[in-house]
Design a protein around this ligand. Structure first.
Ligand code: GLN
Length: 266
């Protein structure tokens, strides 16, 4: 029987509505990286109408969604979960919020038609839809817990996000658009919360981000600093390199892509 302190308790917020670009894959990565180390993950799903109790979970996850799905969950998040989620993070729980989820864990999102979706104000950032979508591979230099590294992903958002003084960017854009396509920031962090536009999903290619979240979640679970056993991430590194090459507009990558497409159309 696994020691309960070796099991991370994850709360998946709105799994039915907020799961664009296979964002669920992030949870699969968290589970596998724990299991490879003899640890475990339990997932509770919290949909519309479900309230949260701070202290019940070590890690919260909110994926991305189209404006339509985001509008369905925004009020419910603000009403039934916002205060509990904020106090959970204040008390040391971790959070990963992607794209539409990032916008709603911040101060809110004004869609292209002017409709305003409230946020919960956990992250200090405001988002307003722009006239075009910011789409493509994106590469950033991210910093978490004083450690920096490249993070590669894919972004597709109309929202232009501007950070307030209470937010620290998740990363600096090396290639791609980032928060607003202009200021060079990507995402936002506060305490153990990360908001980001990076899909893909994010964690398979960027295992150091997954391990940071797990490290935080285990610290919340046990009250101790847990050192995670290192894993062989050669495949993940290769996949990140391909994605970062695409984001940088690497000629070799484009040629490889073209040759593959030509082969498959034969
Ligand atoms: N609806 C938001 C936007 O377009 C979020 C999109 C998403 O989650 N991919 O900005």
């Amino acid at each position: 029987m696994t020691d309960p302190s070796h099991v991370v308790r994850l709360c998946h917020l709105y799994p039915a509505e907020m799961n664009i670009y296979a964002d669920r894959g992030n949870i699969a990565v968290l589970r596998r990286r724990l299991e490879w180390r003899g640890l475990g993950l339990v997932v509770h799903e919290a949909g519309i109408g479900t309230s949260l109790t701070p202290g019940d979970h070590d890690l919260y996850y909110l994926g991305g969604g189209q404006d339509r799905d985001q509008a369905i969950v925004a009020d419910d998040l603000a009403r039934t979960k916002g205060p509990a989620l904020c106090s959970a993070v204040e008390d040391g729980a971790a959070l990963l919020a992607v794209c539409g989820g990032f916008q709603l864990t911040a101060r809110g999102y004004v869609a292209a038609d002017g409709f305003r979706m409230p946020g919960i104000g956990l992250l200090d950032a405001e988002t307003v839809a722009g006239p075009t979508r910011l789409i493509g591979d994106v590469l950033i230099e991210a910093t978490l817990d004083g450690r920096s590294g490249e993070v590669a992903g894919f972004e597709n958002h109309a929202g232009r996000t501007v950070l307030g003084p209470g937010a620290t960017p998740f990363g600096r854009v090396i290639a791609g658009h980032g928060n607003d396509g202009r200021d060079g920031t990507e995402g936002a962090t506060r305490l153990r919360a990360i908001g980001t536009y990076l899909h893909g999903p994010l964690l398979p290619r960027n295992p150091w981000v997954a391990d940071t979240l797990l490290h935080w979640a285990l610290a919340h679970r046990t009250g101790e600093t847990i050192v995670l056993d290192p894993l062989d991430d050669a495949l993940e590194a290769e996949s990140r390199q391909v994605a970062s090459g695409r984001a940088r507009g690497d000629r070799t990558e484009r040629l490889i892509g073209r040759t593959r497409r030509a082969r498959s159309s034969r």
